[in-house]
Design a protein around this ligand. Sequence first.
Ligand code: FAD
Ligand code: NAD
Ligand code: SF4
Ligand code: FES
Length: 804
Amino acid sequence: MKKNRLVLIGNGMAGVKTIEEILKISKEKFEITIIGEEPHPNYNRILLSKVLQGDTTVEDITINDWSWYEENGIRLITNEKVEHICTADQTVTTNAGTVISYDELILATGSQPFILPIAGVDKEGVTTFRDIKDTDEMLKASKTYKKAAVIGGGLLGLEAARGLLNLGMQVSVIHLGKSLMDRQLDATAAELLKEELEKQGMRFLLEKNTTEILGGERVERLCFSDGEELECDLVVMAVGIRPNVELAQSTGLWVNRGIIVSDYLETNIPHIYAVGECVEHNHITYGLVAPLFEQAKILAKKICNVETTPYEGSVTFTQLKVSGVEVFSAGEFIEGDDKKALKVLDEQDGIYKKLVFRNNQLVGAVLFGDSQEGNRLFSLIKKQADISDTAKISILQPIGGDSGENLVASMAADELVCGCNGVSKGAIVQAIHEQGCTTVNQIKGCTSAGRSCGGCKSMVSDLLELTLGDSFDASAQKETMCSCTTLSRDEVVEAIKEKGLMHTREVMNVLNWNTSDGCSKCRPALNYYLGMVYPTEYEDENESRYVNERLHANIQKDGSFGVVPRMYGGVTSPDQLRKIADVAEKYNAKLLKVTGGQRIDIFGIEKEDLPKVWEELDMPSGYAYGKTLRTVKTCVGESFCRFGTQDSIGLGIALEKRLERVGTPHKFKMGVSACPRNCAESGIKDFGIVGVDGAWEMYVGGNGGTHLRSADLLGKVSTAEEVIEYASAYFQYYRETGIYMERTSKWLERIGFENIKVVIDDPKQRRELNERLNVALTVHDEPWKKIINSPKLRNELFEKVEVH
Ligand SMILES: Cc1cc2nc3c(=O)[nH]c(=O)nc-3n(C[C@H](O)[C@H](O)[C@H](O)COP(=O)(O)OP(=O)(O)OC[C@H]3O[C@@H](n4cnc5c(N)ncnc54)[C@H](O)[C@@H]3O)c2cc1C
Ligand SMILES: NC(=O)c1ccc[n+]([C@@H]2O[C@H](COP(=O)([O-])OP(=O)(O)OC[C@H]3O[C@@H](n4cnc5c(N)ncnc54)[C@H](O)[C@@H]3O)[C@@H](O)[C@H]2O)c1
Ligand code: SF4
Ligand code: FES
């Protein structure tokens, strides 16, 4: 049967949630295309605050990675913006000229941050906080600049401000109103919040109207309507959002503040639907995921012709994601003529609780200082429960006292635990009993609870403890490899060795994975662990690897690839440079760039040209995409530098030739400098070497990325041979004990520097580690050559497979 063509515009949280819900109903009904303007697969926008605050990384906030689209047969077009919809032909056209036909079309274009209409907003250093690009900009700015001004004291502004404080900046929050979070808090809670955040180091300028941003190319000062000024070198604008409606407007859809939709998320034009922040339902637009996910579920059913209740609007709740501050707000939080409040203020402990009632119904709540009852109160508000038989004060003091376990025990089965995803206590208990979930991660996999803001995770954990009783294992909660298993990395690796498991499927079957195919987190990890345990016997599963590793090149945001040939120690020759230049010209490379690791990256190569490019280069792969040794950066050392007394280039080349190609949990970078001037930046490498007075110092665990870490001194040796022996042992120890996707800087802190040093300093263990590494090194072919020489591989990888 021919499938209907479904096109989704907007690869964000609401749109992709709708697709997930559609796939739950039927995987066969639609041929799906998703077009997203951002260059990333679908990610959790909410957790950008946590990325900025240093609690997680951009890599860890992906919701559905590239392989999810592939596995579900979805065509994903990233980096392109839909600019035109032709309702007569039923096609959409992107800014890159791509035309796609649809039978059904969903607009999920989200919102854009509001930019104040004042002079100077286009200066360098002025940013919004909406996407990965903005987050990266702030992370980068914090390394050079120190004075941040956040305009807007709402949820977004305060979460940004906390992040910038964590990054070592001085932060002033400029707010138009009298009190912070005025859309969510009353004056008492706002004042308590302000006091708490001031203690954390934030500075507030309230009732300030910014009139101009001054400076040269970069921002230098803000001017306010009262004539005052504030010095700053970074400005974050967080003054609200506006739905993205231009495309809808130009298509003839009815638009007010958002795209107007019916109770079934239909627009005024047949076969076109809208969902998410871009939507206006019953005169309301929403800026939080819970209502958008409710919409997504209804739209999925509607579009699949499954009977559904209509969307009737949502009551919303918010929680501020700033560590050390508990703030919760839901529903109608300001009392008035027909609404009366019950308030409790504990000035000693800084706790404030307020409930707002209309007649015999709870319609709103504000909690400050202790928000653990938030979701329970939210359930009561949502249910519109009649509380005439309950003493109002007892709603604030549920039976059983204040421990988390008692709190969840007192909840009814239909009360919500996860407000974002609408998951009740009953649904979680059912997942524990019927699907054998024992960890928070597994509950997330089975029910989606905790999948968005993460604010409900402690409650999920309490519920697990309550339901599982003695068999609840608190220590296992954080360690499971992924939500497909209850086992930690160490338990899985141990079982692989003990039970002689040889294939990813075998591991999943024997160790009772709760999914048949695993997920994008455990498949590549198992592939790595199996290869590490059985270096000569295990046959690598290319399909379990991420796209760059599968195709041995780096995919770029326009879908073309970057190619980096190996140049040992960063040394090249006229012959190599000639070949690179010829290939770059012949295959229309868009950019040639010297990388931070001293290699040449040839950007803009089309996927189908990759094998020809490699063949003509006739150089080994530089593995710029791999979880393996990337580069050994070297200084010129004794060959040419007047300070150099040692052969840094020779040592760098020898190290690179020894360690190249074999897999590691994450990328591994090295540097060799021939004197303490340290031109190869050895102090921020996974393994860095510095020449000192006729000896070599060895540094480990450095990182020059987002989480800058200077390396620790592992020891000092006299000869290049000894360096190679130590580096190899360290490399192999990381291979054997690292968690897949864990950089050495994190690994070193997890295992403990002193513990690692004891192992590497011990001659016996050092020798054994080198011996095991030698075995692993015997099996690795040059990957580009392997593909060039195999017509089958060439065909499978470069002619048949759609990357995304
Ligand atoms: C830092 C931050 C923290 C947040 N914290 C929370 C929180 O704690 N709790 C909460 O509930 N909510 C939070 N939110 C809000 C939440 O992230 C949004 O409500 C949600 O992401 C909106 O989903 P959406 O799919 O409607 O829009 P988006 O996620 O914005 O997705 C829309 C996508 O469509 C793309 N697009 C737009 N136009 C086009 C076009 N013409 N062609 C192709 N692509 C297009 C955009 O590039 C974007 O990727 C937070 C938001 C931010 C920025
Ligand atoms: N924890 C969460 O739930 C969370 C976190 C971040 C963002 N979000 C969502 O993201 C969206 C954007 O957040 P937001 O905080 O920008 O929006 P917002 O509308 O909630 O808050 C903007 C704030 O800026 C203030 N403001 C307006 N004009 C100003 C001016 N000229 N000078 C100074 N202050 C001014 C407003 O008074 C308001 O308090 C919202 O939908 C929000 O719900 C939610
Ligand atoms: S690290 Fe020392 S030896 Fe090497 S290039 Fe720099 S100054 Fe010269
Ligand atoms: S409450 Fe946000 S993820 Fe559960």
